[in-house]
Design a protein around this ligand. Structure first.
Ligand SMILES: Nc1ncnc2c1ncn2[C@@H]1O[C@H](COP(=O)(O)OP(=O)(O)O)[C@@H](O)[C@H]1O
Ligand SMILES: Cc1ncsc1CCOP(=O)(O)O
Ligand SMILES: [Mg+2]
Length: 268
C-alpha cells in the first residue's frame, strides 16, 4: 500500500533530518512530549514566553500548539508564534485539548483555526465534534463520544478547516478532505496514561518538521503510537506505572520491519 511506504519513508526521514520542533504545550505532559519527540528522532524545544518564541520559531522546522493548560499569557504567545510560523512557512499541528468542555477552550480553539494556517488538527472525538458545531459531551480532556461517523466527521472537519484532521480513539480516523485512512492499531491502556494524545501530536509535529506532508505525518503519528502501545502491552501487560517508560523504549526502537509486521492501516 502506498501510504504504508510513505509511513516507512517518514520514519527514515525524521531520523535523517532531526528537525527542531517548537512546542507551546501543557504543563501536564510537557516532559512526555519532549521525550517522545527525541525518541522518534527529532529535537524538542518548549517555550511559551512571548519574548522568546519569535527567535525560536526562526530556527524551528515545525510548531506544536496544544491548549491543554491554556492561560492568558500562553494564549497570547500561541497567536504570536502561530502567525510568525505562517509567515516563515513552518508547518503547525494543533491539539485542541478539552475543546467543548469549557467556553474558553472552544472559543480559543476556533480563533486559532480561524486566524492561523494549521497543517494538522489532531484531537479526540469530543473535541473535533465540538469544533464543527455538533452536540458533543466530554469529560474534561477525555472523550465521551463514540467513534460512529468518524469517517464523515473527519472529512467534514478537514474541508471546513482546510487542514488534515486526525480523530483518535479505538480506531484513529484521518482525512485530508478527500481521502480517509483508518489506523486500527492501539490498545485501551493508552487511555489510562495521561498525555498519549499530546504525544501523538508531538510525533505528528516531528514528521511535519522532517518535511513529510500533513496527511502522511498524521497517519505516521498514529501508526507509531498504535503499534508501539500494542507492543508494550504485549510485553508488559497492565503495568501502568512503567508503561510510559517502556513506550519510549519501543518508539526509540521502531523500524520499518516492525511497522510492516504490525500495521493495521485501511484506506476507506
Ligand atoms: N479504546 C482504545 N483502544 C485502542 N487505542 C486507543 C483507544 N482510545 C485511544 N487509543 C489510542 O490512544 C492514543 C491517544 O488517543 P486519545 O486517548 O483518544 O487522545 P486524547 O488523549 O487526546 O484524548 C491514540 O494513539 C489512540 O489511537
Ligand atoms: C489531564 C490534562 N489536563 C490538562 S492537559 C492534560 C493532559 C491531556 O493529555 P491527553 O489529551 O493526551 O490525554
Ligand atoms: Mg488530548
Amino acid at each position: 500500500m502506498e501510504m504504508l511506504n510513505k509511513v516507512c519513508e517518514a520514519l527514515e526521514l525524521v531520523r535523517k533530518v532531526n528537525p527542531l520542533v517548537h512546542h507551546i504545550t501543557n504543563y501536564v505532559s510537557v516532559n512526555d512530549c519532549a521525550n517522545i519527540t527525541l525518541t522518534i528522532g527529532a529535537s524538542p524545544v518548549m517555550s511559551d514566553e512571548i519574548d522568546d518564541v519569535g527567535d525560536l520559531i526562526k530556527i524551528s522546522n515545525a510548531l506544536v500548539l496544544n491548549i491543554g493548560t491554556l492561560n492568558k499569557r500562553t494564549i497570547e504567545a500561541m497567536f504570536y508564534v502561530g502567525k510568525e510560523a505562517n509567515k516563515l512557512g513552518i508547518p503547525i499541528v494543533f491539539d485542541p485539548v478539552g475543546t467543548g468542555a469549557t467556553k474558553l477552550r472552544t472559543e480559543i480553539a476556533m480563533k486559532i483555526i480561524d486566524e492561523i494556517d494549521i497543517s494538522v488538527l489532531r484531537g479526540n472525538m469530543s473535541e473535533i465534534k465540538s469544533l464543527i458545531g455538533l452536540s458533543s459531551s466530554t469529560k474534561g480532556v477525555d472523550s465521551t463520544e463514540k467513534m460512529e461517523g468518524a469517517e464523515e466527521i473527519s472529512k467534514l472537519a478537514s474541508k471546513k478547516f482546510n487542514c488534515v484532521v486526525g480523530i483518535s480513539g479505538e480506531v484513529d480516523v484521518i482525512s485530508d478532505g478527500e481521502r480517509i485512512y483508518k489506523v486500527l492499531n492501539g490498545h485501551s491502556i493508552l487511555t489510562k496514561v495521561t498525555g498519549t494524545g499530546c504525544m501523538v501530536t508531538s510525533l505528528i509535529g516531528s514528521f511535519l518538521g522532517a518535511g513529510c506532508n500533513p496527511l502522511t505525518s498524521c497517519v505516521s503519528g498514529y501508526v507509531v503510537m498504535g503499534i508501539c502501545g500494542e507492543e508494550v502491552f504485549k510485553k508488559s501487560g497492565n503495568n501502568i506505572g512503567t508503561f510510559k517508560v517502556k513506550l519510549y523504549d519501543e518508539i526509540f526502537n521502531i523500524n520499518e520491519i516492525k511497522i510492516k509486521e504490525g500495521v493495521l492501516l485501511e484506506k476507506c
